[in-house]
Design a binder for this molecule. Structure first.
Ligand SMILES: Cc1cc2nc3c(=O)[nH]c(=O)nc-3n(C[C@H](O)[C@H](O)[C@H](O)COP(=O)(O)OP(=O)(O)OC[C@H]3O[C@@H](n4cnc5c(N)ncnc54)[C@H](O)[C@@H]3O)c2cc1C
Length: 298
């Protein structure tokens, strides 16, 4: 078997092949209305929306755009995520699960809108998302997810007749979800933010942020004064609230291979998994059990 790209996430991902920094590090004494820490999907979306609203925005990224989790994920844009609704309903009640569903669907809609406006090269494609039972003992989990997701307000339906490369015993499906090339998407949004006036500095790791506004933000080579700071570094990089002590490292294993035949249409994830895999790849992992669709590299 020939893998499309031999890699580990420590070295990159198929989405990140050939990507590198394109802007200079922050240098000297600088100012901004808003300093965004991190150029993943979160920071770049915030930077775009704030720059479009007329604010003077600067983004400081430790490595390069989308180099973090946003460039290392499975490219699935969906309000249906494994068995999240059964878990939320059991833990927090159906009201909270409903809020999560509405927010997730709003997120899907925003990605679709922003991709059309700013990242057509990201190849966003509307697809059906599914959580599936790949063994008979997962069928009950799928049934519970159908009930919980419906009660949370999502128009899910049951189907086991899915276009997946592995047999499926049951499935909960949600139409009109999407797949997208995550790095091209984030880069497209970053370019749009820059066109709207935002400044980007890569290789600019934020080391410290003072408490009161105007905040003084320190990198290795700059001191930035900003009225507001958005920390979008994907982990609690500031020592506030003791969150660093609750952070737990996890590792996902994934094998991607080219499929024989056509790309399955469905974005499928099994109930056993808390993760998904690249649309377009068949993935077998210790945590990720079932994935569908061919992996697109550049
Ligand atoms: C294996 C896996 C598969 C996934 N699959 C999916 C999926 O299919 N669909 C989905 O919706 N989600 C998926 N996710 C989750 C999703 O990828 C993340 O929630 C999302 O990318 C997080 O984006 P972010 O911008 O918050 O963080 P990141 O993309 O990690 O961006 C944070 C950025 O901040 C930078 N940074 C960190 N510290 C500093 C600092 N001190 N100074 C400056 N910059 C800093 C980092 O370099 C990085 O670029 C998956 C996650 C994993 C791990």
């Amino acid at each position: 078997m020939t893998l499309p790209v031999e890699t580990t996430s420590a070295q990159g991902s198929p989405w990140l092949v050939g990507e590198t920094a394109t802007t200079a590090p922050a240098m000297g004494s600088l100012t901004a209305d808003v300093l965004v820490v991190g150029a993943g999907i979160t920071g770049v979306t915030v930077a775009l929306l704030l720059a479009q609203a007329g604010l003077d925005v600067m983004v400081c990224e430790a490595e390069y755009v989308a180099a973090g989790t946003s460039g290392l994920n499975t490219a699935k844009v969906s309000a249906l995520q494994s068995t999240i609704y059964s878990a939320l309903a059991a833990r927090h009640g159906i009201g909270r699960a409903g809020e999560y569903a509405a927010a997730s669907q709003a997120g899907v809609d925003l990605v679709v809108e922003l991709a059309a406006a700013h990242a057509p090269e990201a190849g966003l494609r509307r697809r059906t998302a599914a959580t599936v039972a790949t063994t008979p003992d997962q069928v009950d989990a799928v049934r519970s997810e159908i009930e919980a997701a419906r009660a949370a307000g999502l128009p899910v339906y049951a189907s086991a007749a899915l276009d997946t490369p592995v047999p499926v015993h049951a499935g909960v499906c949600l139409d009109d979800q999407a797949s997208v090339h995550p790095v091209r998407y984030v880069r497209g949004l970053m370019e749009a933010a820059i066109a709207a006036g935002a400044r980007l500095h890569e290789h600019s790791r934020v080391l410290d942020v003072t408490h009161r506004s105007p905040h003084i933000v320190r990198t290795g080579s700059a001191e930035i004064t900003a009225r507001h700071v958005v920390v979008a570094g994907h982990y609690p990089l500031l020592d506030r609230g003791g969150y660093f002590a609750r952070l737990e490292a996890q590792r996902s294993y994934c094998v991607a291979a080219r499929l024989r035949g056509d790309e399955p249409d469905v974005l499928a994830v099994s109930t056993l998994s808390s993760e998904t895999c690249a649309p377009g790849a068949t993935c077998v992992t210790t945590r990720v059990r079932c994935i569908a669709g061919p992996l697109r590299t550049r």
